[in-house]
Design a protein around this ligand. Structure first.
Ligand SMILES: Nc1nc2c(ncn2[C@@H]2O[C@H](COP(=O)(O)OP(=O)(O)OP(=O)(O)O)[C@@H](O)[C@H]2O)c(=O)[nH]1
Length: 460
């Protein structure tokens, strides 16, 4: 999509400004400064009335900052006069459009917000020019046209980013299941059977309902709910597998529960086990079919470590945010970085450094769960997205990773071994829709861990 050039937009915005008297612009400016909190409040009430819009505004942090950011945005719109500040203003509108696309706010909601602001201005400004109706009409036109120009620029940046995200999302859907498809299929089949075995054993030794393992929380369950479901999105088989898992966990397993005495007649117990086995068979059958349909897809990974590269990070994070919101769960983002890695390269050579990176990737894969995501962000920086994770568990997981790395002798190509440590910083999803914030918090926590002496973990 071609961009309207910056020069063209700047000239248009300046000519819009010049069509109005300086005191009209001044009026708009002081009006917005004076009424910022009332406007934010009205805006908030109007948007919360819309179920779709409210989910983008319900986060406490968004709510707290809304008034201030709206005031800043409006003040800038009416205080920028010369060419340099208008150019800066245009860049700001583009950035806002990109943020909206990143957090996937539908464009019509942004336009609705703008309409709400224009409407509030024309209603509230009646007292500003009691005797001069013409000036009030002028001010309304200025405010309306300025907000429209801002929306136009935001909208264009939004569309460009959104197109890019959609393409990445589609590519990711194809990519997600294609990392060695035969392997993945075998691994996930084995994970289903492992859960079934575990369940059979535990119920045979007399464990009751709540203590019995649930398939949705098993390795397979996590993998399917977080990765498989995106890869196979829209297919009937995927829905059938999700339904089968739900029936197992919510209907069949509880019958093995504290009411076991009531189903202690052998025949009822056997019938229940048959039901369970049928559901597991159905999961395996549909899983095979999903893999078979998708076995010709391409893959794309970091060449050195075979971890994900950062290309799909935005898609994965947006999907996790969406899922966490819908299912009221949380997840964590962990930034990991090797300590003093430069010394390894300087002392033992680049090839030795490469081998350390590969061994580290292997440890991270082995110590995380198959539903988690591991990225190599570049150089010696890694990122883990730990699904279904809260603050207590992430602390435990990070310590486990840190200790595993510290205690592992890393083999170098020459045959000798060295010890390496990592530092890590984590942030848990707190309901805020913008994943960049989460990445920033994890990075800040990592920075803190480095500053505190390295070989340690910090949670934001
Ligand atoms: N062998 C190898 N080295 C890499 C690769 N990518 C980045 N590096 C090296 O990683 C090193 C990173 O150094 P720094 O950023 O100073 O970090 P550090 O030495 O680990 O120090 P701290 O992170 O502060 O503990 C540099 O020497 C890079 O050349 C790679 O793919 N292979």
């Amino acid at each position: 999509m071609p961009h309207l050039s910056l020069e063209y937009l700047t000239a248009e915005w300046l000519s819009l400004n010049n069509r109005f008297e300086p005191q009209t612009r001044q009026f708009a400016l002081s009006f917005f400064q004076e009424h910022a909190s009332t406007l934010a409040e009205q805006f908030y009430i109007a948007m919360l009335g819309d179920a779709e819009a409210s989910k983008y505004l319900s986060n406490d942090d968004v709510q707290r900052r809304l008034g201030a950011s709206m005031q800043r945005w409006l003040s800038n719109l009416f205080s920028s006069e010369d060419e340099a500040s208008v150019t800066k203003l245009i860049a700001e509108q583009r950035k806002v459009g990109e943020v909206h696309a990143r957090i996937d706010i539908p464009l019509h909601l942004v336009l609705r917000g703008a309409r709400c602001l224009k409407n509030s201005f024309s209603t509230l400004s009646t007292s500003g020019f009691p005797d001069q109706e013409n000036q009030r009409v002028d001010a309304i036109r200025l405010v309306s046209e300025t907000i429209d120009v801002a929306m136009e620029i935001m909208g264009q940046a939004y569309a460009i980013s959104h197109d890019r995200n959609s393409r990445a999302e589609e590519a990711y859907r194809l990519f997600a299941i294609t990392q060695n498809i035969a392997n993945e299929k075998d691994q996930q089949r084995a994970a289903v059977l492992h859960w079934e075995n575990q369940f059979m054993f535990e119920q045979a030794v007399g464990k009751s309902g709540s203590a019995l393992p649930r398939i949705q929380a098993s390795d397979f369950g996590l993998w399917f709910r977080h990765k498989g479901i995106h890869a196979f999105e829209g297919s009937v088989e995927a829905t059938t597998i999700l339904d089968a898992m739900e029936t197992i966990d919510d209907v069949i397993v509880p019958l093995f529960g504290s009411d076991m005495e009531q189903i202690d007649r052998q025949s009822e117990r056997v019938a229940l086990l048959h039901d369970l086995r049928d559901k597991v068979k159905s999961i395996l059958f549909h899983l095979d079919s999903l893999f078979d349909q998708n076995n010709e897809l391409e893959s794309g990974r970091d060449v050195l470590t075979r971890l994900l590269n950062r290309k799909f990070l935005p898609v994965v994070l947006n999907k996790q945010i969406d899922q966490a919101r819908k299912q009221k769960t949380s997840f964590a983002v962990v930034a990991l970085d090797l300590d003093y890695f430069k010394q390894v390269n300087d002392t033992y050579g680049h090839q030795a450094g490469d081998s350390v990176l590969q061994q580290l990737a292997l440890i991270l894969v082995n110590k995380s769960r198959s539903g988690d995501y591991l990225f190599r962000m570049g150089g010696e920086e890694f990122l883990l997205i730990a699904v279904d994770m809260d603050k207590t568990n992430i602390q435990r997981l990070m310590e486990k990773l840190r200790e595993s790395v510290a205690s592992e002798p890393f083999r170098l190509p020459e045959g000798n071994t060295i010890n390496i440590t990592i530092s890590a910083g984590a942030a848990c999803f707190d309901g805020h829709p913008d994943y960049q914030r989460l990445l920033r918090k994890a990075d800040d926590a990592l920075y803190e861990a480095k500053n505190a002496g390295r070989n340690r973990v910090v949670i934001a």
